[in-house]
Design a protein around this ligand. Sequence first.
Ligand SMILES: [Fe+2]
Ligand SMILES: [Fe+2]
Length: 405
Amino acid sequence: MTSRLSFAEMLDHHPGQSATTIAEKALNQACALVGADAGVLYLRRQDAEDDSLVHAATHPGPKPAEHRISLDLPAMATIAVRTGATLKFDDATTPDAIATLNRDVDIPPGFEPGATAAFPLTNHAKNIIGVLVLSTDTISGRNFSTAPLDLFVRFCRLAGAAVEHADLLEQISQTQLDTSARTERLRTQVERLAFIEDIEGVRGDDAFRLAISMLARAAEIYDEGTGNHVFRVNEYSHFLGQTLGKDAKYCHQLRYSAQLHDVGKMGVAPSVLRKTSALDSAERREMDNHTVYGHRILSQSPRLAMAAEIALNHHEKWDGSGYPAGKRGDDIPLSARIVQIADIYDALRSRRPYKPSFDHAHARDIILHGDDRIDSGGHFDPMVVEAFGDTHASFDKIWRNLQDS
Ligand SMILES: [Fe+2]
Ligand SMILES: [Fe+2]
């Protein structure tokens, strides 16, 4: 139980990790949980022409010789994936084990196995998405007979879901899909978030926050960078919510919802999103639609209701001159009025292709008094600007704590 929860905590405390990092940590936790000394984790790659495994993590030391393995190749890993069964040899030197074990695939190079077991990794739909092959050394005399395997099977579901989730999001970020295909893939991901919440025994909040952090991170990678922008926006927004006297539940929701403000950019055509010259009016409309796309993606989960309202309204302006609907004043949800200031403060502090990084005093003055692009009185809720003005030093602190390396 401890290891399974600490895996969820690890994911939660280090949001936005790559699939490889999550796979490595899942493998280390798996070894700790069942008392294994070594292991290999593969992810399944399956399409119309190909069904194979790709190497994702090894513990300890270097990768096995084979990186991509056809499921036709005899090995414990491939058998576990083909059959969905857990394979277990308490003594790797028996004739059966020798006949089944493929040292180039199942064992880290140079490792001498005592006992070896292969565990399929499954996703929410119980499809097999990968495999863990774990081994003990010959010295310890340990095998897997006494390991808490029922618990371990549940760990494999969590690990499988988390790794697959990160892996798919990375694939979405890298793939040039058309708008409807991208939105559809994102919808599938959001449905999976609901599943991650349901995993028995895992604290819902941990898994939920992990999943949306990965979604936010994928959107950020797709858009303009890999920095900590979305995580800083969470923290500024949470802080502003507290400063405004909102209750703990509201502030908690704000903290995880704020990061999703630009998720809808994954619905915008890459040719528009990445265009460096001026946008024509149709392109500008498509870009502005990231608010509507974000709302469409997020509004299907009740727990993402605040995230959906932020995504839709974070470019509305107090005087009604914003988009997409031209809402004004209190018609704009408070969450969006808060995130807008958090988002703009962070954009001012950050270096962007079209502007240098501003220091805190410069960014603060633009929020409080405006400049040639930002009309503070017209754009922002005066109450939120006042809260910012009273506590602005904390924004600088958050910026410094979560600065991009
Ligand atoms: Fe935006
Ligand atoms: Fe942003």
